[in-house]
Structure formats: structure tokens, C-alpha cells
Ligand binder design. Sequence first.
Ligand code: CA
Ligand code: CA
Length: 184
Amino acid sequence: MGQVQSTTDKEVALQNIQELYRKFTNECPSGNLHLHEFKKIFGVSSNSPEEELAFIELVFRSFDTNKDDKLDFMEYVAAVNLVLRGKLIDKLKWSFKVYDKDGDGSLTNQEIITKIKRHDDLKVEEDVEDICDRIFELVDKNKDSQISLEEFIEGAEKDPWLLEQLRLDIAPTDWFIKHQEKTS
Ligand SMILES: [Ca+2]
Ligand SMILES: [Ca+2]
């Protein structure tokens, strides 16, 4: 069943990429997708919570490989590919990069708390701290109150609960549905 599922996903993805190219050139005649357009795709506006705005910006930056503050079509396709068809390890590396706000190569408990809050905004403060403590207990092997990329990946690969907590997922359907709503 997994086989059938992945073949179907692949076909859908290819079809979507062709469709994306049409939409991309249509919507971005300059050949570039800018941050404000990216925000619109995800339904984020200046009225959105600050955390959400900051998060989308981090996601955008993580896809902007050549750091020129815009996504060209290649960067955009790479992003869509990662979201749709990326291997778990690549998704985890990407998740880590997005959470690592200050880009110093390790995650502090503040960076993890921001992530948990986004995961489920109904969670009360107490729970968020409990979850954060539990993540550190399980992942921070050398107890330096920082989570390194190695610790992050090792933890997520071993423990399904951690994987659920740590993996950043942008649902492919949302990605496309929102894009289509915006452009059609
Ligand atoms: Ca770029
Ligand atoms: Ca950091």
C-alpha cells in the first residue's frame, strides 16, 4: 500500500510542478517570488500574530538558498519538492534550520518553545514548558541545554513522539490549495 501511495504522490507532484510553473510565471512575471507574496500564499498578513509572521519569514529564508531575498523558480521547486517528496532526514535538517532562529547551529529552550507554541496554539503555558522539558530530557544527550543538529536528528529518528514534536510539516495540500486560491 505504501508503494501505491508513493507512486500516486509522485505523479500528483509532477503534475503540480507543471501547474506551479504556469502559475509561477503568471504570478511572478519578474521570475521571482518575494517575501510578501510568500506570506500571502500562506495566508499570513500584517494582522497575523507576530510569531506567525516571524515563522513564515524563517521558512522563506530557509528556502532562499542564494540569500538574495527572493525565491527564483528553482528555489521554489526545491522547496515544493522538499515539502512533497523530501526524505525524512532532509525534512529534519530543514526543520532544524527553521527553528534555529539565530542561526548558531544549536537550539535553545526558547527556540524550542516557540516551535511547540506554533505546533498547537491551544496549549497552555504550563504544558508548553512540560513538553519542552521532556524534549530536552530525551534529546539533549550531553546536557548542555542546547540541542545540536546531531542530537535533534538522532532523537527524532528514534522516538516517534519526538518526531511528532520536532518535525516541521507544511501540508502539501495546504501549500497548493492556498496557492491556487490566491491565483485563480
Ligand atoms: Ca534566492
Ligand atoms: Ca540557535
